[in-house]
Design a protein around this ligand. Structure first.
Ligand code: HEC
Length: 124
């Protein structure tokens, strides 16, 4: 009897698992460069090597923000400020974004926020 129940259970589990296959899968995005590489190549010349900011490029410091702030701001930066707003527009970068993405310089928001926070944050 136990065996039958077990078999039934396994069968249900299998059905359940295979059932998931019918749902549209979340798009898997792979990134050509790591956040560190993207930052160095496309962000550091305005925000500083260590996220300390650069007055001459008007790039604000990114090293005194919480992980959540960074995530929200990056969301806005990437979405042209149309998203749930933190009122960051990042106009300087927007017209560049497309070109940069074509070259593979794009990033996952959470991964970039984590990279910025872990590497540069000075108020931990
Ligand atoms: C051409 C210079 C320039 C480059 C390159 C640049 N930024 Fe910026 N960034 C700015 C300026 C200027 C602001 C503030 C004004 C604005 O939002 O337009 C800003 C704002 C930000 C903010 C919001 C900070 C705040 O305090 O509101 C984040 C986060 C940010 N940038 C991340 C990045 C990342 C990540 C990259 C690289 C993918 C990048 N930036 C590349 C100039 C630049």
């Amino acid at each position: 009897m136990k065996k039958i129940i077990l078999a039934l259970f396994a069968g249900t589990a299998l059905l359940f698992l295979s059932g998931c296959g019918d749902k549209p899968k979340a798009e898997v995005v792979t990134y050509k460069y790591t956040p560190a590489e993207v930052y160095k190549a496309t962000c550091s010349h305005c925000h500083g090597e260590k996220g300390e900011g650069m007055a001459e490029k008007k790039g604000p410091a990114l090293n005194k923000k919480t992980l959540q702030e960074l995530e929200m701001e990056l969301f806005d930066v990437k979405n042209g400020g149309l998203g749930q707003s933190t009122a960051t527009e990042h106009e300087v970068m927007e017209h560049n974004m497309k070109k940069l993405s074509e070259k593979g310089y794009t990033y996952d928001i959470k991964a970039m926020a984590k990279y910025l926070f872990d590497s540069f944050n000075i108020i931990k």
